[in-house]
Ligand binder design. Sequence first.
Ligand code: OXD
Ligand code: MN
Length: 590
Amino acid sequence: MLTQERPTTHRGLLQWVDEMARMCKPDRIVWCDGSAEEAKLLTQQAVADGVFETLNPEKRPDSYLHRSNPNDVARVEELTVICSPTKEEAGPTNNWMAPDEAYRKLGAIFDGSMKGRTMYVVPYIMGPAGSPFTKVGIELTDSIYVALSMGKMSRMGKVALDRLGAGGDFNKGLHSVADCDPKRRWICHFPQDNTIWSVGSGYGGNALLGKKCLALRIASTYARREGWLAEHMMILEATSPEGERRYVAAAFPSACGKTNFAMLVPPPLFSGWKLRTVGDDIAWMRVGEDGRLWAVNPEFGYFGVAPGTNMKTNPNAMRTVASNSFFTNVALTADGDVWWEGMDGPIPEDLIDWKGNPWTPASGEKAAHPNSRFTTPMSNNPVLSAFADDPRGVPIDAIIFGGRRATTVPLVLQSFDWKHGVYLGSTMGSETTAAAAGQVGVVRRDPMAMLPFLGYDMGSYFQHWLDMEARIPRPPKIFMVNWFRKGADGRFLWPGFSENMRVLKWILDRSAGKAGANETPIGYTPRESDLDLRELDARKGDVAEALSIDLPAWTRELETQADWYRSLGGTLPASLESRRQSLLEHISRS
Ligand code: OXD
Ligand code: MN
């Protein structure tokens, strides 16, 4: 129920809400309890305010379209800042601002920013209720869209205040869209204060503070201190026809098909396999009493990229968003449904584009913004793992790092050991998608897919990964995959999507010490005969090429990695640089 009563006796929380309200000066303060009744009332309010447009209930029940300010459609890495006490703690890959200066600068923007508006107090937990992994956050926001989205993306309301009790620790998140001016937009993190201040943007990645801000940037600093891992990884459950249940966690940079992999549908040959999603974006991993690495998905919903999602690339996502979902910056059909580029079937007539204007294919622009999104609770997912909500998490057998590389990186590679796996993760990269077919694109290094999401110094993060080895008596095996390798003519060598099951099976078998491999100077790769390629629709020679190791290309790759390592400064672990050098020597001897 919408209430102005204060449903907690936590003095620190009450004082902080008062203090922030004195600064932001909202007309009203509403404490969210996370009930279905409250979501209904807030949704009605959002429709009345024009924040949401109701979609056709016959086509898309219980679903709404939101159009953002056109200047506010994505994460803003250049305005995302780690405000640790020293610049060295933030490291060379993060923007840094002195904490005092950041509080002063953003305080001036927050001052009076909520006049005439409601401040929603949104208590939430990241992690399953009752789990030792779980962290509490409170987000104060003047955006009804954010308050409602937090109810889909996190376990929100009473459950969090119950967990917090009268004196527990919580993340203090303050958010205001303010005047949505890109010149007055900042996303600042204060790890030492367990605080996030985000102003000037309503976009999910900037404004749903539980996700990238808390579950990755702030949590990564806790993870380092407390000896666990907070990672930009999906978690997938795979049960074999014999009933053996295994788990993998996989990191891919944004827009490399992570959500698709998390909802993979096996091809007909593998129909005896059951694949289930535990998480699609974030994994928190701790060492369990059995010495294995156990993971939870701290989130409760998916905030996925809509364009390109269809019944071939991700049928389970299409089923997930069939109802009870929010859509941001997609196109609207004449009959009140949503549409985006890449959706199945012909392009509907009379579309309204993401900015609210009539659209035809001749318009010369995309109807849906390329970063348009769906927001949907994980309970909608028809292939949700029965263990997605398990407070203990799930035991991870394999960690997978993936990127988008037209050349050099083979379809799959297994590291020699944990340290070599950390080395692979630390150098992973993706080619810019603008790269012309067949040409070597510009590689952006995105270690462990964490470049935009790490809350501290990158070299120290690599050291933390190396240190974890001694803490995990039964560590997962580490792999690298590349679904995107191309032949000389620019064609993809591997069909991808469902067929990635074949690679997953090899990874699971290798983790269990079962499948064969070829030992190359840069790691283990399957021979064609080690993969189950029956019924695969691929041109002769393509798979062999996708698996091949091009040693001159690897020599160039290892040489360019030197620049990346040098850019990280003095905290880069020496063992990683010596591993790079020894791999180069290994190649030159082979
Ligand atoms: C995301 C991202 O939204 O990685 O998950 O950008
Ligand atoms: Mn992500």
